[in-house]
Write a protein that binds this ligand. Structure first.
Ligand SMILES: [Mg+2]
Length: 417
C-alpha cells in the first residue's frame, strides 16, 4: 500500500456566536482545512488542520512530492520526512505533519479494519468526558448569544449544562481585566454547586497578577489554573505560591519543553493537543512520560470539526492517566462536515468511535457547502478583536476590553454569523 494522492479543502463552518479570547476573537465561524490522503488501493484517510485557507491548501498539496509512494504504515518516519526538528527551524511543518498523521492512521485503521484507538494500544474507556468551554461572546448576527457579564455567563453555562450534561466548566478569559473575570468565575462556581471549574486567560497575566488571581479562587473546586502567565519561569513562580495545580497548552508543547518541565516543574497538568504536538502518537508518547513522572494530562482543543474531534476522542480513549475532562470547542459549532451531522454529548461525554480508522466520514454535500462559504467570506483575523480597531495584546496584557461596551462591533457588519 502506497500513498497516491494528497488533497486539501478549506471550509468555513458557522459558530453559534463569535467567541472572544485573549488575542481577539473567532468572528462567528471557524476556518478549517480538510486533508484527504488516498492510497493506490483506493483507501482515503482524513486529516484536519486549523485555518489557513488557500495557503493551508497549498502547503498540504505541496507535501504530495514527499508523500506519494510512501507506505502510510510507516508513520514514525513521517516525523523525520516532514518535520525533522532541525529542518523544522526553516520550514515549521508540525501542524501539517499532524494532519498527515491523522490521515495515515485513518488509512491504517481502514486497511486493518481496526479503530485508531486499537492501533494506539487499545481503549481504556469507551467515552471521553468534556468540559463546557465557556467564552465571552459577541452577539451573533441575529442579536442573540452575547456573553459579557456574569449573569449572561451563568445563564450560558446553565444552558450548556442542561443541553449537554457538563459537570466541568472552563472559562476562557484574558478578555476583560482579571478582577472582573475573577468575579465572573466565582459567580459560575457559586451558581453550579457540585461542579468543577478551570480558568484559562491564555497567559496574559503577569506572574504577580496570576498569584493574586489564584489566591482569590483558592476556596473554589478548581481543576487547575491554565496558563495564567506566559513562560515556564513565571508559571514556576506562580506554582510555588498557590496550592491550585497549574496546567499548560502553551509552554509545554514539545518533548524538549516536557523534559524541562520534568526537571524543574512549572505545570502540573500537560494539555495534549493532537495538532500542536504533531499528531496523536506523539501525544500518547508524551502522556507516557507524564504518567512516569506523575504529571496530569488532559486533551486540549485548538478548535475542531468532526475529524479533529475524532483524533481527540481516540487520544482520550487510550490514556490511562487522563484524570481531567477534555476540552472541545465543538458544541459552539452550528454544523459539521461529517456524515450523520454533529457528534452528540451524553452526560457531558462523547462516545469514542469504534468503526475502522478515525470512524468519521465526510458528508460531501456539507464539504461543498462550507467550501463555498469559505470562498465567499474568506479568512478572518483570529488575532484581532473586531471591537477594538488597532489593538493587539501584549504579554502580560495591560489593555483589556471594556465590559460595559455591549453589542456587536461595526467591524462585523458584513459577517453573517
Ligand atoms: Mg489554554
Amino acid at each position: 500500500m502506497r500513498i497516491a494522492d494528497v488533497r486539501a479543502t478549506t471550509v468555513t463552518v458557522p459558530l453559534q456566536a463569535p467567541l472572544r479570547h485573549s488575542n481577539g476573537a473567532h468572528w462567528g465561524r471557524f476556518v478549517r482545512t480538510i486533508v484527504e490522503i488516498e492510497t493506490d488501493d483506493g483507501i482515503v484517510g482524513l486529516g484536519e488542520m486549523g485555518g489557513g485557507g488557500q495557503s493551508a491548501e497549498a502547503a498540504i498539496v505541496a507535501l504530495k512530492e514527499y508523500l506519494v509512494g510512501h507506505d502510510p504504515a510507516r508513520t514514525e518516519t513521517l516525523r523525520f520526512m516532514l518535520a525533522n526538528p532541525t529542518a523544522s527551524l526553516y520550514n515549521n511543518r508540525t501542524q501539517l505533519l499532524a494532519a498527515v498523521e491523522f490521515a495515515c492512521l485513518d488509512i491504517l485503521g481502514k486497511h486493518t479494519s481496526l479503530p485508531v484507538h486499537a492501533l494506539l494500544g487499545g481503549a481504556v474507556r469507551e467515552e471521553v468526558e468534556f468540559a463546557s468551554y465557556l467564552f465571552f461572546r459577541y452577539p451573533s448576527a441575529d442579536g442573540s448569544g452575547e456573553v459579557r457579564d456574569p449573569d449572561q455567563l451563568v445563564a450560558h453555562a446553565r444552558d450548556l449544562k442542561s443541553e449537554h450534561g457538563f459537570t466541568v466548566h472552563k472559562l476562557k478569559g484574558g478578555v476583560f481585566d482579571p478582577g472582573y473575570e475573577r468575579e465572573a468565575y466565582r459567580a459560575l462556581a457559586e451558581a453550579l454547586p457540585g461542579d468543577r471549574f478551570r480558568y484559562d486567560p491564555n497567559g496574559v497575566l503577569s506572574p504577580e497578577e496570576s498569584i493574586e488571581f489564584a489566591r482569590g479562587i483558592e476556596d473554589l473546586p478548581n481543576d487547575y489554573l491554565e496558563d495564567p502567565c506566559y513562560g515556564l519561569n513565571g508559571m514556576r513562580r506562580v506554582r510555588e505560591n498557590t496550592p491550585i495545580p497549574l496546567a499548560t497548552n502553551t509552554v509545554v508543547v514539545n518533548f524538549e519543553q516536557l523534559a524541562t518541565n520534568v526537571l524543574a516543574p512549572a505545570a502540573d497538568v500537560v494539555l495534549l493537543d493532537t495538532t500542536f504536538w504533531g499528531g496523536i502518537r506523539p501525544c500518547v508518547r508524551a502522556a507516557g512520560v507524564c504518567e512516569t513522572f506523575q504529571l496530569g494530562v488532559a486533551v486540549h482543543s485548538s478548535g475542531e470539526l468532526g475529524i479533529q474531534l475524532a483524533t481527540m476522542l481516540h487520544l482520550g480513549a487510550v490514556l490511562p492517566n487522563l484524570s481531567f475532562a477534555a476540552d472541545a470547542h465543538y458544541h459552539h459549532l452550528r454544523d459539521d462536515v461529517i456524515e450523520g451531522g454533529k457528534m452528540l454529548y451524553r452526560d457531558g461525554r462523547i462516545a469514542v468511535p469504534d468503526t475502522p480508522g478515525l470512524g468519521v466520514s465526510l458528508d460531501r454535500d456539507k464539504v461543498a457547502e462550507y467550501a463555498e462559504l469559505y470562498r465567499e467570506l474568506g479568512p478572518y483575523p483570529y488575532d484581532r478583536d473586531p471591537g477594538r480597531a488597532g489593538w493587539y495584546p501584549m504579554l502580560p496584557n495591560r489593555d483589556f476590553a471594556d465590559p460595559t461596551v455591549a453589542g456587536r462591533p461595526a467591524a462585523m457588519d458584513r459577517e453573517p454569523y
